[in-house]
Ligand binder design. Structure first.
Ligand SMILES: Nc1ncnc2c1ncn2[C@@H]1O[C@H](COP(=O)(O)OP(=O)(O)O)[C@@H](O)[C@H]1O
Ligand SMILES: [Mg+2]
Length: 285
């Protein structure tokens, strides 16, 4: 019998729902805490039991990514693939990929030192948004309205000086309604979507209290998401769209380990079932 393995580093309701769904569909399923695993260069496929296919659901991007590379080294099927996770987890790589594939996305500027960023900002002007290239839940997504604010953010980055602090990712501020659209794609198909209505602030992350509201998937959304999914390499994705008042729908980002506890409340499709079916079908091919 097909065994599905769900790998986590912190157990959220999503992972529990996926496991329950796998069992309900008649598969064997197991949960593995990535923090308890180990590999070595002589590891073989059957040293650990990761079932027939792994859904990698780590919250930590770097942990999930490196764990995935170990699984791929062992030829264990894993969703999402390393290359997909790598791009989705990094906003700079994602913006470049989207633009390269002619997928509408906000104009974004990159620089690699505090001084080059100051110079760039003098040219671009305000308002803009600065983002850490790796991160989620809206953390450190900062609208920059003037030079005083940008100077404070740049200075802060010089003080913390983390490995990614000198990678500056600055984006035009999209003129949009106080909401965005989260679409879940499974194997290039948009299976569910919701508006995320801001609870007052600038950001529309559910993690920050935005309200989920059902959103009908239009043909335009379907096409845009299929194109985005194909460009990045497919799998199970959370694609975030913004309704730019001038450009129309733009892709803001692609999430690799998509959360769906908000969407599951309003969606008509059975999201976890689609995900489990996809995992099982992916190893049949
Ligand atoms: N360029 C932008 N223009 C307008 N709003 C934005 C822009 N970029 C991000 N936001 C808002 O901030 C939220 C968080 O930004 P996002 O890039 O999705 O980072 P995270 O990965 O932390 O979710 C978005 O969901 C959106 O509401
Ligand atoms: Mg986001």
């Amino acid at each position: 019998m097909t065994e599905i393995c769900i790998v986590f580093d912190r157990l959220r309701s999503e992972e529990k729902i996926l496991e329950k769904q796998a069992v309900e569909l008649g598969y064997e399923s197991k949960m593995v805490d990535a923090k308890s695993t180990h590999f070595n260069t002589d590891s073989a496929k059957n040293d650990n039991n990761f079932g027939d296919v792994v859904l990698e659901r780590c919250i930590s991007y770097y942990r999930g990514l490196h764990f995935t590379s170990c699984l791929e080294f062992l030829d264990i099927p894993v969703i999402n693939k390393f290359d997909v996770s790598n791009i989705c987890g990094n906003k700079l790589l994602t913006s470049l990929l989207l633009r390269k594939n002619n997928i509408p996305t906000p104009k974004t500027y990159f620089s690699f030192s505090a001084d080059a960023t100051r110079e760039n900002l003098d040219k671009i002007g305000y308002p803009v948004v600065i983002k850490p290239v790796v991160g989620s839940w809206g953390r450190n997504i900062i609208p920059l309205k003037d030079k005083d604010t940008s100077e404070a953010v740049i200075e802060q980055r010089e003080i913390t000086d983390g490995p990614l602090d000198r990678i500056f990712y600055i984006q035009e501020l999209v003129d949009r309604p106080p909401r965005d659209i989260r679409v879940i794609t499974v194997g290039d198909n948009a299976i569910a979507a919701m508006y995320r209505k801001s609870s007052g602030g600038f950001k529309t992350n559910i993690a920050l209290g935005a309200e989920p509201e059902i959103c009908d998937i239009t043909n335009e959304m379907e096409d845009l998401c299929a194109k985005t999914s194909k460009a990045v390499g497919g799998g199970i994705l959370g694609i975030d769209l913004m309704e730019d008042k001038k450009k129309g729908l733009v892709v803001n980002e692609i999430n690799n380990t998509v959360e769906f506890k908000g969407l599951i409340k309003v969606a008509k499709t059975n999201i976890p079932k689609e995900m489990i079916d996809f995992a099982v079908n992916s190893i049949k091919k």
